[in-house]
Design a protein around this ligand. Structure first.
Ligand SMILES: [Zn+2]
Length: 211
């Protein structure tokens, strides 16, 4: 056996299982589909905008395209990351804030995808405040998430120091290295970057994005 070889992985998805899924869980699943637009493919974001009704109505062809495109983008990101440069971390867009929401509320109170949805808005807002993407893009993503029936604001986890609680939970999360929280941020529509951000700015975002 010489050198490395690429082993294609077969992904099987039985769309019929989506028929019996409660609407809330279907929406939560769509959060993981929506994330691929802002991080990798604005055309897919266009398609999601025009297909959201069909997706929520569980139209088979729309669901099939959403699943197929998600798998393609994921495979592409992972294939670009063969040298373990860390690119695949962009697949966690929305998850840093989202995990804090899940943990802070108690697992199961917010579905994973719901936390990711509000987390994507927060991450996009942080990207905007860092000058990486404009406010119009944040609004566009927020509107798409809302149309999927998902939350666009995070919950208040602590009435005395909400931002402090989020920061504390995000530091506990595995992506925090040496106390530094690494955020997946939008570096222009369809492109993501992983980097740290000043606590003060993260606090502003949390204050602006929680109800
Ligand atoms: Zn996830």
């Amino acid at each position: 056996m010489i050198g490395a070889f690429y082993q294609p992985r077969l992904v099987v998805c039985d769309l019929a299982t989506l028929d019996s899924l409660p609407l809330r869980e279907l929406s939560a699943g769509l959060a993981e589909v929506i994330k691929y637009g802002p991080i990798a493919d604005t055309n897919f974001m266009d398609w999601l905008e025009s297909s959201m009704e069909a997706l929520l109505a569980r139209e088979r062809s729309a669901l099939a395209h959403a699943v197929r495109r998600s798998c393609e983008i994921k495979a592409w990101v992972v294939s670009q990351d063969e040298k373990e440069t860390g690119l695949r971390a962009i697949l966690n867009f929305g998850h840093t804030f989202g995990h804090a929401i899940e943990a802070g509320m108690g697992y199961g109170v917010w579905l994973h995808g719901e936390g990711v949805a509000a987390g994507m808005v927060m991450a996009a807002e942080l990207s905007c405040r860092l000058g990486l993407v404009d406010a119009a893009f944040v609004e566009r993503l927020t509107a798409l998430i809302a149309r999927a029936g998902l939350p666009t604001k995070g919950p208040v986890l602590d009435v005395t120091d909400n931002a402090g609680r989020y920061l504390e939970l995000m530091r506990i999360d595995k992506k925090s290295e040496g106390g530094e929280i690494r955020f997946v941020l939008i570096d222009g529509p369809g492109k993501a970057v992983v980097r740290a951000a000043p606590d003060a700015l993260v606090r502003e975002v949390i204050d602006a994005c929680c109800v």
